[in-house]
Design a protein around this ligand. Structure first.
Ligand SMILES: [Zn+2]
Length: 408
């Protein structure tokens, strides 16, 4: 791609205020200049792409997603319990081949990009699919690791996933590991992943405190999830004592290097612990949360305790589509006091910080990667944040790594 200048009536850099009649100059895969069109044009010689009638902003970042389940949209009716949902999705997964995973991931990539996502943290049960799925988004491939069955070897499982991820050659691919959750991943699995991820600089993520049944299991050694896992032969001697969240904080060294998904069911003691911990990254998935009818997500309490809150979609087995803007609208419905800019930060700057890429993703600034989207907008610059969040459906323009993409 030769050098190009993108011009739009409003540019939201997510670093300063909105820029009226703004422009972003791109050189190769990175942003070279940002400012008022007239000034950017004077400083740079390049073809101008005029995106009239739209607002430019950084490509959106989805920090929690399972594209493996794109084909399960609308296929799993609401279940009486979270445990029943796990049973149901497991029965679907049992029939999936590697080609099914690749098809699901490819379809998910295209859908996510249509809704303005340019970076995705994708947990996958099939890390070998990563080398064959299309290369259409900046993707942090996180191999999902489960060693719940007796005789599973956490080292073997992790090492096999690392071997699969080692074949990733794309410049758009990052690597990561995802012990599934404290109820499906052993203490040794968490410790081993911590060691490898530190050494390799992998992204690391896990589910925690997602359901009330998980809280019941760890705190009281009872409930549907407890019974289900005991039946599978899981060693339940870690139950009946601390919460899942407390357990996880004990198992994860370098806590602020982890991205924790959900944290819906936290106790007052858990909040005490997180206040004392280094700043944590937590991903909330509003529509999946609604599907499962979890306890209200304690956004204000977490934010005020210094947690970096991000937004993800989770999978299409519990959400209707992969639109982050739709997630923000559902989140905002219960929280009208949260500004549109604060909402957008959760899928740009906060998400980039959680991925430890805050120096090159999530903002439009010189030196940052040229991942840029345009959303149709007619209005005053100060209303552009609201205009973006309100936008429904596909977006009008996507640039990924300096290259304009087909979005329809
Ligand atoms: Zn998940």
């Amino acid at each position: 791609m030769s050098d190009v200048i993108l011009r739009a009536p409003v540019v939201l850099t997510m670093a300063g205020g909105p820029i009226e009649d703004g422009a972003v100059a791109i050189r190769g895969e990175r942003i070279a200049d940002v400012g008022r069109f007239r000034e950017v044009r004077a400083r740079n010689t390049a073809e101008v792409i005029d995106l009239g009638g739209s607002v430019l902003l950084p490509g959106l970042i989805n920090t929690h997603c399972h594209l493996d389940y794109t084909m399960l949209r609308g296929r799993i009716a609401r279940q009486p319990s979270f445990t029943d949902w796990i049973r149901t999705i497991n029965s679907h997964k049992a029939g999936f081949s590697t080609d099914d995973y690749i098809a699901a991931i490819d379809a998910g990539f295209r859908e996510a990009r249509r809704f303005g996502t340019t970076t995705i943290l994708n947990l996958t049960a099939c890390p070998q699919a990563a080398t064959r799925a299309a290369d259409v988004l900046r993707t942090f491939w996180c191999a999902e690791l489960i060693d719940v069955r007796p005789n599973s070897d956490p080292h073997e499982i992790t090492d096999a996933a690392c071997d699969a991820l080692a074949h990733l050659a794309s410049p758009l691919a990052g690597r990561g590991l995802a012990p599934h959750a404290p109820y499906t991943a052993s203490a040794e699995l968490y410790r081993h992943v911590g060691r490898i991820a530190s050494h390799e600089d992998f992204v690391r993520t896990t589910h925690v405190a997602e359901s009330f049944e998980e809280l019941q299991m760890f705190r009281h050694a009872s409930g549907a999830l407890y019974d289900f896992l005991a039946e599978l032969g899981r060693d339940m001697s870690d139950c009946g004592n601390e919460t899942a969240f407390a357990r996880l904080l004990r198992l994860c060294s370098d806590k602020s290097r982890w991205i924790f998904a959900h944290a819906n069911e936290l106790t007052d003691d858990d909040f005490q612990l997180l206040r004392r911990a280094d700043p944590l990254h937590i991903v909330h998935c509003p529509r999946s949360h609604g599907y499962f009818r979890h306890t209200r997500f304690a956004y204000e309490r977490l934010r005020d305790a210094g947690v970096n809150v991000c937004i993800g979609t989770d999978s299409l087995a519990s959400a209707p589509d992969l639109s982050l803007l739709a997630e923000l609208r559902i989140f905002a419905r219960e929280r009208p006091h949260v500004s549109a800019r604060e909402l957008l930060e959760m899928v740009t700057t906060n998400a980039a910080a959680a991925l430890r890429r805050q120096g090159e993703l999530g903002r439009l600034l010189p030196g940052y990667l040229a991942d840029i989207v345009a959303v149709p907008f007619q209005g005053k610059p100060l209303e552009a944040y609201e205009g973006v969040v309100a936008h429904e459906g596909a977006i009008s323009f996507v640039m990924l790594n300096g290259e304009p993409q087909q979005v329809q």
